[in-house]
Write a protein that binds this ligand. Structure first.
Ligand code: HEM
Length: 144
């Protein structure tokens, strides 16, 4: 990849990551309040629309762009052998698992079949926050 392109691709990666993280940190908050909304109420139906659009129109496309551009940069710059990249990859795989879990919860709420309470989603909210902090430290500081 021409050196000229590299910073543009990295910028695209970071823009996609910011959009993905905005959604993955906001979605559990929607679930916390959705848990208290009465099934069938106008409020619950509004939450369903917000959750579906956030997941399908923002989180999932942003995650796909973050993965494709990130893997391309890693391949081009030969980062696959780097220990910091192994740590980062393990964390973003965990982040991706949380993404799909939240997608599963969007479907459960849409079918009025959510089984978890607001405390559960408050705790879930902390996991991607911690992962994000470690991912950013690994990729910028490259401690090992
Ligand atoms: C989804 C899979 C991901 C892959 C394959 C990936 C891969 C990469 C690669 C190869 C770079 C270039 C590193 C360099 O040039 O020094 C990079 C940069 C970056 N990544 Fe990711 N990444 C992913 C997800 C994430 C996530 C989830 C975050 C944040 C939560 C993140 C934050 C960053 C940041 C801030 C940079 C810029 C680092 C710098 O300019 O020094 N990435 N990523």
């Amino acid at each position: 990849m021409a050196d000229l392109l590299y910073p543009w691709l990295k910028a695209l990666h970071v823009i996609a990551v910011i959009s993905w993280m905005a959604g993955i940190l906001y979605m559990p908050r929607l679930f916390v309040y959705h848990c208290d909304a009465e099934i069938g109420s106008k409020q619950s139906e509004t939450f369903k629309i917000m959750e579906r659009r956030l997941y399908k129109a923002i989180m999932t496309p942003a995650m796909i762009v973050a993965w494709i551009v990130g893997l391309y940069i890693a391949w081009d710059r030969q980062f696959f052998a780097e220990p910091w990249f192994h740590g980062k990859l393990a964390m973003v795989v965990a982040m991706t698992a949380i993404h799909f879990f939240l997608g599963h919860s969007v479907k459960a709420f849409a079918a009025d079949k959510n089984r978890h309470g607001h405390k559960f989603y408050r705790i879930i909210n902390e996991v991607p926050t911690l992962l994000m902090i470690f991912v950013v430290l690994l990729v910028i500081v490259k401690p090992f």
